[in-house]
Design a protein around this ligand. Structure first.
Ligand code: MN
Length: 255
């Protein structure tokens, strides 16, 4: 199982959820929403190599936490994974839009300077500005568009720009989302839950619930569940291998 975008640190009992990921061998990307959450969230992954912690500054917090960019720059050499970052074009976040863009661009530049990273990117109501920003920073690394909800033409552009996608159950729950998924290259797709911010049977989604998304993908792709699991596993291995040289650099810097 692969849950490549969840917020372990924001569950009521983060240690229990992390222990569950470890026990089940779930390949997990544990994203953060502020740089100040970095230390505490990495502690959840100690002794659990399949839990990878991502350094983030969520676009909905970018305005109030922009002073934490200094911390972001400080911690970036410690990790290959960055997220949750991006832009949010919802009406509520329009006022601090300029700051959101500045924070996102700062992060992309920092990733470029660091030799590239794997990014988990939020683009709600902001797919085109996110794609434009990524196109302007080609050395950023590999962007995984998390819970992509743009238009059909935006998903086509994102695919042709070479980006990856992480798919969750909410995207599979409606025809429009399923149609977007059919336009995503299957060899650049991973699964995610975005737990605890999504619900499964009325409770917060946990990483193990990602199994339902594998079943849903099998229906959309008209293949077996085992085929999907194999495909996702191959994708993840390829994603991680492309960064092997940079990961070596990161380890050198931190040891
Ligand atoms: Mn999220």
């Amino acid at each position: 199982m692969i849950d490549f975008h969840c917020h372990l640190d924001l569950f009521p009992d983060p240690r229990a959820v992390a222990a569950e990921c470890r026990a089940l061998g779930i390949e997990t990307l544990s994203v953060t929403t502020t740089p100040s959450a970095w230390r505490g969230t990495t502690a959840l992954a100690v002794g659990a190599p399949r839990i990878r912690t991502a350094l983030g500054l969520h676009p909905q917090l970018a305005f109030e936490r922009r002073s934490e960019l200094r911390l972001f720059d400080q911690f970036l050499p410690e990790t290959m994974f960055v997220g949750e970052i991006g832009l949010d074009g919802s009406p509520k976040y329009q006022a601090p839009w300029t700051h959101q863009v500045e924070v996102f661009q700062h992060i992309l530049c920092a990733c470029e300077d660091a030799g590239g990273r794997i990014l988990s990117v939020h683009s709600r109501r902001a797919a085109t500005p996110v794609l434009d920003a990524l196109a302007a920073a080609p050395g950023t690394g590999t962007a995984i568009l998390h819970w992509f909800s743009g238009t059909q033409s935006e998903v086509t552009r994102a695919a042709s720009d070479g980006h990856w996608f992480s798919i969750n159950a909410a995207m599979l729950a409606h025809a429009r989302g399923r149609q977007l998924i059919t336009r995503m290259p299957p060899d650049r797709v991973l699964t995610e839950t975005d737990g605890p911010f999504t619900l499964t049977q009325g409770r917060s989604t946990r990483p193990r619930d990602v199994a339902a998304t594998v079943v849903g993908l099998a229906e959309v792709w008209h293949v077996t569940v085992a085929d999907v699991a194999q495909r996702l596993s191959t994708n993840l291995a390829r994603l991680l291998s492309t960064t092997a040289g940079v990961i070596g650099d990161v380890r050198t810097q931190t040891t």
